[in-house]
Design a protein around this ligand. Sequence first.
Ligand SMILES: [Zn+2]
Length: 309
Amino acid sequence: MKKYLNIKERYSQFKAWREQPHQVAPMSEAEHDCATCGTHFTGNYCPRCGQASRIGRFSFKTGVLNFIDVWGLGNRNMFLTLRDLILRPGYMIRDYLKGMQMAYFPPFKMFFLLAALSLLVTHGLNIKGQNLAGDSESESMAQEVVVEDPSEKDSGVEDVVDIVNTTDEIAKRTKVIYHKAIDSIERFQKRFPNIYNLLLLMVESVFLYLFFRHSPNIPDLRYSEFFVSQVYIVNMVAIYTIVFNFFCLTKLASISFILAIIPLKQLSGFSWGRTVLKSVVALVLMLLSILVFIVLSAFVTVLLVKWLG
Ligand SMILES: [Zn+2]
């Protein structure tokens, strides 16, 4: 019983720690002579050139930091951002949106670095040395062959220009164009995964924004702010996906997007139930809208070809 209370106490301590705003290290009282410009100053950074006062003689540690800086990682806040994205993602995003930008690694830079790391891990940098993306690639190549063969035979330019008379035929052609559109989207996703993911994220955050723009914690959230928060949330999910893929737990990796509920809940302040409900409704609405959009575009294309041709 005592142990249980202890864990409960620790958890409430952890909760309090998560929710309090980011704390910046206290101002140093020590005086320094800047090693770069020679300015005499008190504090953590030189007011003239911005060099940190802690930079002294070259050490092994500064050497390592300089080395990882080649990839834009030699910043201490990369590790702080990783820690906070795992332990208190929603509260970290709240702090960032409030203007604490010096404390955290920039969201888009992080997005592209994680995307590069994710590619490495899925293409062999994992404990089994396996190409986890290999199956889907050969599958898509097989699909391309299957898709392109019939398209050459029965939906060439002449065929589409053919006069379409019955509604049956219009439906059939709409279906053909619909499948072609889906295939092009899939091919685009394979070739430009980063751009595809960012575009999808923009669409997705429009729908989520409809349900999260007025929340108990942030009553007047802007779309741009919400989009930035979504980039951080995707980064958080990417961290889990990369770790799962590294240990070849591909099933866990493919469902790790569910964890996005945690930062959404922490950021908005809605209850768990409302957060899940709002997210699911927003995503269903998005999928339906995309489907309707593609079917309608295909239908309009067929009608235009019929009228003009
Ligand atoms: Zn200086």
